[in-house]
Ligand binder design. Structure first.
Ligand code: ZN
Length: 453
């Protein structure tokens, strides 16, 4: 909608009217009666004990597999070829008999991945496609309502109630890219949102964004971590704090969040970050609770953690809710570090605790001696006055750091080099470039590591 002529050519007041009308329609679809029912259910399952959670997972997994074998041609064929009958599933571990689902499978299967029994609307979505194949998938309305219920449950953990004001700063192109002067935001009264463009946010415009945000005074700031961090670093470099009175939390997803980011946001915004780590087509979700711990949300999907032998695990997910296009044993390409078995969180939920999210397994730097180095964001965290950063690898023996620093800040190149060397070892040329901004993906995300090899 944002790039269509009727929107782009309208004056700001008309754009806001269009957004509000669309917002109201979206809200009645997404937060209507079906949503309320799902929301009530997910509120009740969050304190289930481990036995009840396992029973829920088994029942939901079985329901997905039964549906797949009855209505989805791809799985009918797959299950038949290995002699697997979902009716015999008595234990979650038995799901391992089914081969993993790969991206290639999904591509090749095409329409055969969809349920023949589906009636009603279909909603499409796709991965950002920054690396490898971009993938298109379909969801039904129930999947959207369920997803929304889980997100709202976490927003409730973050102190937010339905109908309260939020600032939204994600990849929506609500302001034409040619625009160079404020307002870089639009009010969407239909969803009680102040929508701010993440594309126009920079060191030069940060003060205008903060002033508008403080005047609007939201309860929650919902944004890409990179956008929040730019504002937090901007505030920190000026020794000031955000002035809005109602803010209870910052709600992030889609990019890496580190402990250093959490600390900085607490210092400048005075609130905690609640991070939601979802996945394309909803095969797994991880979210932070009131005690700042990541939990694997085990009433959301069935997630297998495959031990890599080095303390980390890779994630294989089976969705519970999307009967239009069920995902069964899909390897997400994400890695994480689970907390030791039996770790409990003070929040009282029995969802497994995750110590660290390593992120996409493709997001590593490949050293000349063949090592895969992840978590390069650690290096960037300790560069003083850094607003944004990215580590790029375009050849085997060279990495380039793109850094955006606060105005008049001086970069201590020697110590940055030392930190990068400590991670990568000797043998790589390190190039440091100070730039005005860092290119985003087509969804407006900032990727910390880009490897073009
Ligand atoms: Zn917790």
């Amino acid at each position: 909608m944002y790039t269509a002529a009727p929107y782009v050519k309208s004056p700001v007041w008309m754009q806001e009217l269009l957004l509000s009308v669309r917002g109201r329609a979206r809200s009645s679809l997404r937060e209507g009666r079906a949503f309320e029912r799902e929301f009530a259910e997910v509120l009740s399952t969050q304190y289930f004990d481990p036995d009840a959670l396992r029973a829920l997972q088994l029942a939901r997994t079985k329901r997905t597999l039964m549906h797949a074998t009855e209505h989805v041609p791809f799985y009918q064929q797959r299950f038949k070829s290995i002699g697997f009958d979902p009716r015999d599933l008595n234990h979650l571990d038995e799901i391992k008999k089914i081969p993993e689902l790969t991206k290639r499978d999904v591509f090749d299967a095409g329409e055969a991945m969809l349920s023949r029994a589906h009636r009603g609307p279909k909603f499409s979505g796709s991965t950002s496609g920054t690396t490898g194949m971009s993938m298109k998938g379909w969801r039904d309305l129930n999947a959207i309502n369920r997803e929304n219920a889980f997100v709202w449950r976490q927003m409730q953990w973050a102190g937010m109630k339905l109908g309260e004001k939020r600032v939204w700063m994600r990849g929506d192109k609500i302001v034409p890219s040619s625009q160079t002067k404020p307002p870089f935001w639009r009010h969407n009264k239909g969803e009680h949102l102040l929508m701010m463009s993440s594309y126009h946010l920079s060191e030069a415009t940060a003060d205008a964004y903060l002033a508008e945000m403080e005047a609007y005074d939201p309860v929650m700031l919902q944004a890409y971590p990179s956008a929040v961090l730019l504002l937090a670093r901007h505030l920190s470099s000026r020794g000031r704090r955000y002035q809005g009175r109602s803010l209870k939390s910052v709600f992030t997803s889609s990019e890496t969040v580190t402990d250093e980011h959490r600390k900085l946001v607490r210092e400048t915004f005075g609130v905690q970050i609640f991070d939601w780590y979802g996945s394309f087509e909803r095969m797994s979700a991880i979210g932070t609770c009131e005690h700042e711990r990541y939990h694997l949300i085990s009433d959301y999907s069935y997630t297998e953690l495959e031990d890599k032998g080095d303390g980390s695990s890779e994630v294989i997910g089976t969705s519970f809710d999307n009967m239009l296009m069920p995902w069964i044993r899909y390897r997400l390409g994400d890695a994480l570090v689970p907390a030791p078995a039996g770790t409990r969180c003070e929040c009282g939920r029995h969802f497994p605790v995750i110590e660290q999210i390593i992120g996409r397994v493709e997001d590593y730097i490949l050293t000349p001696d063949g090592r895969h180095v992840v978590m390069m964001s650690n290096v960037l965290d300790y560069i003083p006055n850094l607003l944004e950063g990215q580590v790029r690898q375009d050849s085997r023996d060279e990495v380039t750091l793109l850094l955006v620093l606060a105005p008049n800040a001086r970069l201590d190149e020697a110590s940055v080099r030392k930190a990068v060397k400590a991670q990568l070892g000797e043998g790589m040329t390190i190039t440091i470039r100070q730039v005005d901004s860092i290119p985003r993906t087509s969804n407006g995300k900032l990727r910390v590591v880009v490897r073009n090899l």
